[in-house]
Ligand binder design. Structure first.
Ligand SMILES: Cc1ncc(COP(=O)(O)O)c(C=O)c1O
Length: 352
């Protein structure tokens, strides 16, 4: 970060916030007579409030991610962390954030909900990072720049030196959303947070870890940022059932599943390449492919009728004519490919 420090970026009301403190914060033991939180005394496994600091789960994630607990914030999905970045740093109608486009839709939605201006900077035609344009879009009221790498929906990772240049030359928080990092060849930026306190790395258990239904996202950042986000979040944002199930599932390796998705990504891309309706398949570092086709709307409708749901990105600027296709199980991918083969045959037949 160029000159500003974290403290100067925080909203004034948040900087002086007295956060909610639970009565149990004052009691460090395990056993006791708990008459402090107006809970039911009848035990069913869930009658007590969960740990608002999520200490046990953070310790597990700290070992997996090789990041100290004090640098880990846990949210109800990374969507909660995105919203909290606005709530901690952005004064509504005064501050702004800068984000790449096209990218993940929640940056825009969270900005709108928080009444904060979002300045979108279009990626270059080859989907590389327009560092100079991103810096030029920032001013003294810019509190954060949102980068997503690997990017949704373009599927590519950005050059490490480009992201680092942005981190070093920006005067604000640089959010690096790594939701798809487990499928990428590129290395995570978590190793940089110790030296660059303006980096916030977002990760999630919703993708490679196969826990989208449990809602667990991570923000990995300087301990002051983690502290601020923790003060603003709802005290019990992660429920006990989710914490218990996440802990159990974290002990089961997903390495094989990730390897299979990566190999299926190649199989699907190669098969699509052969199809007449496919114009371009963008290189992917994620668990999906961005595919430019001759008539995206027609193909999308065909697939829906066949019970196959993909994401139509044809009307997104920079993704014209594209469908975003998630890599599924081998048999699901085969169904998709067979359906597209039938679609191609049908279009040829109807023309003859
Ligand atoms: C880039 C990106 N970030 C974050 C998310 C949301 O993650 P979570 O399920 O942890 O809220 C998604 C979901 O599709 C995503 O594509």
């Amino acid at each position: 970060m160029k000159s500003k420090n974290i403290e100067s970026l925080v909203r004034a009301n948040i900087a002086k916030l007295t956060p909610y403190s639970t009565a149990r914060d004052e009691y460090k033991g395990e056993l006791g007579v708990f008459l402090d939180a107006n809970e039911s005394p009848y035990s069913n496994g869930y009658n007590r409030y969960p740990d608002p600091h999520q200490k046990q789960l953070k310790a597990r994630l700290s070992a997996i991610k090789q990041v100290p607990c004090e640098n880990i914030f846990l949210g109800n999905g990374s969507d909660e962390a995105i919203d909290l970045i606005f709530r901690v740093f952005c004064e509504p109608r005064v501050d702004n954030v800068v984000a790449i486009a096209p990218s993940y839709g929640m940056y825009k939605v969270a900005a709108a909900i928080n009444d904060v201006e979002l300045r979108e900077v279009q990626l270059r035609e080859d989907y590389s990072l327009p560092v100079e344009e991103l810096l030029a879009a920032s001013d003294e009221n810019t509190k954060a720049v949102f980068i997503c790498s690997p990017n949704n929906p373009t599927a590519n990772s950005f050059a490490r030196e480009d992201i680092m240049r942005l981190v070093v030359d920006s005067e604000c928080i640089v959010v690096i959303d790594e939701a798809y990092i487990d499928f990428a060849e590129a290395k995570s930026f978590v190793t940089e947070i110790a030296e660059h306190p303006n980096i916030v790395v977002l990760q999630t258990l919703s993708k490679a870890w196969a826990m989208a239904g449990l809602r667990l996202g991570l923000a990995l950042a300087d301990k002051r940022i983690v502290e601020l986000m923790s003060q603003v979040k709802y005290p019990y944002n992660i429920n006990l059932a989710a914490m218990q199930i996440v802990e159990r599932l974290l002990s089961e390796s997903v390495a094989e599943q990730v390897a299979e998705i990566k190999s299926e990504r190649k199989v699907v891309a190669e098969a699509l390449q052969e199809m007449a309706c496919v114009e371009h398949i963008y290189p992917s570092d994620a668990n999906f492919l961005l595919v430019k086709v001759a008539d995206a709307d027609a193909m999308y409708e065909w697939l829906v009728k066949d019970g196959i749901i993909v994401r139509n990105r044809a009307r997104v600027k920079g993704c014209e004519g594209c469908l975003r296709i998630t890599i599924g199980l081998k048999e699901e991918n085969e169904k998709l490919l067979n359906s597209i083969r039938r679609y191609v045959k049908e279009s040829v037949d109807s023309r003859s």
